[in-house]
Design a binder for this molecule. Structure first.
Ligand code: SF4
Length: 437
């Protein structure tokens, strides 16, 4: 039986009230009810949640207990409704329907930059290059959110620039879209008593505060005095029982300190409920490639993030190393190409006359679809591949191919001047396929 959204919301609001009376004891019973409503939505995540609420020694159990008992009750109720109910239980099925209807991806969350302006000038940040030139107007952001909700999207994430340069607009948007959850990456230097009071009033705004490690690391990249301002902002939020998290960019220079247990314990003490790690990406003319973590450092971080999650009462995520938990890259590569789009790209479009004159020896056996080279007669090619392989080649030899039958993708990057001689690439391809398939 399909349960209307209004009834889901009403039922879950009652559940929240029940839960609030004795959170940790009643949570198991609540999950049983949620599982009934949710069908197969987020089933893996719910199963994991079921396990931790039964285990009192688990760091996750402790984290949930903290969130429930140390967050402002009205804010907690709003986050429960907006994030848990709207963005997931109500929003997800609606998104699925829209994906089917429009034949394209509908995101779970929409990430947008209200402005490229920032009040800081951190080393290696692209924001300084754009300055305050790029801004979305209030109406544009409002329109994005309004359209998003029609498609079932209730989660909005601000990046920048520094989003809080527009703090009045952001609060007004929280107020106008009180059924959505907003999360903002921020350097936190603009969070003061007055803004925290506004957060308490609207209840649906959560900051993810950037820190680079302890004082010398943070000030070294973000400027003198930044660390103390950030500490001050977190103290205000903690005192008002407002939820917040941290955003940590790890570089070749700060990795050891930012991933140390000493620093993790400090984050917990500050009152952060989650930490989101990213590794430094050099972007723009003033980027500093030396800050990129090396392969050993990245591997270390892959394991460290899992240790933190298993032992500390803070929800730690790594944007680059946790793709397996969100079904692959959330930015691209997933649901970007609907099967109908792929069919369109691969459908042969050459007329019989064009096909007849399509006579490049290295593409014998191929035809062209809408943009993609598609293999029709493998027997005409001296390569190991099956009918239906498709892809694209760049002029200097960069070559992308997808083998739907074997579920293999390959990207071969070359800068080859003599394109007529494809022998080396074919040998490489054949070698790889014989090994992989
Ligand atoms: S605070 Fe963020 S946006 Fe601003 S300069 Fe630093 S890294 Fe860039």
């Amino acid at each position: 039986m399909k349960i209307p959204d209004s009834l889901k919301r009403y039922g879950l609001a009652k559940v929240f009230d029940y839960l609030d009376k004795d959170p940790m004891n009643n949570m198991g019973k609540v999950m049983e009810l949620v599982n009934k409503f949710a069908g197969d939505t987020l089933d893996r995540q719910r199963a994991a949640f079921d396990r931790v609420i039964k285990d009192e020694d688990s760091c996750w159990h402790q984290l949930i207990e903290k969130v429930w008992t140390q967050t402002d009750p009205d804010v907690l109720k709003t986050v429960f409704n907006n994030f848990f109910v709207n963005a997931n239980l109500v929003g997800w099925p609606k998104q699925e329907k829209m994906r089917e209807k429009y034949g394209c991806n509908i995101p779970w969350a929409i990430l947008l930059d209200p402005t490229s302006a920032c009040n800081l000038h951190c080393t290696g940040c692209w924001a300084a290059e754009y300055g305050n030139k790029l801004n979305l107007t209030f109406d544009e952001i409002d329109s994005i959110i309004t359209q998003g909700k029609e498609m079932g999207v209730y989660m909005y994430i601000y990046t920048g620039g520094e989003p809080l340069v527009r703090k009045k607009d952001l609060i007004a948007l929280c107020e106008k879209h009180s059924d959505c959850q907003f999360l903002s990456f921020t350097n936190a230097t603009l969070i003061d008593e007055a803004f925290a009071n506004e957060m308490l009033r609207v209840k649906n705004f959560i900051p993810a505060i950037s820190v680079e490690g302890f004082e010398s690391a943070t000030d070294g990249r973000r400027g003198n005095g930044t660390y103390q301002k950030v500490i001050q902002a977190m103290a205000i939020l903690k005192e008002k029982h407002l939820p917040f998290g941290l955003s940590c960019c790890y570089t070749s220079q700060n990795l050891d300190s930012i991933s140390s247990y000493e620093f993790i314990d400090q984050m917990i003490q500050w009152g952060a409920r989650f930490v989101w790690y990213f590794h430094y990406m050099p972007v723009g003319n003033d980027a500093v490639p030396e800050l990129l973590p090396n392969p050993e450092q990245r591997e270390f971080m892959y394991h460290r993030i899992r240790e933190i999650r298993a032992t500390k009462p803070i929800f730690a995520m790594d944007f680059q190393n946790d793709a397996e938990y969100v079904g692959g890259c959330i930015a691209g590569g997933r649901r970007y190409l609907h099967p109908a789009t792929v069919r369109f790209l691969r459908s042969g479009r050459l007329t019989p006359r064009q096909q007849e004159t399509f006579d490049w020896p290295r593409l014998r056996g191929y035809t062209y679809g809408n943009l993609m080279r598609v293999l029709e007669s493998p027997q005409e090619q001296c390569v190991v591949c099956q009918k239906g392989e498709y892809g694209w080649d760049g002029w200097a030899g960069t070559y992308m191919e997808i083998h739907p039958e074997e579920k293999v993708c390959a990207l071969i990057m070359t800068a080859q001047i003599d394109r007529e001689n494809d022998c080396a690439r074919r040998m490489l391809r054949n070698g790889i396929y014989r090994w992989v398939l």
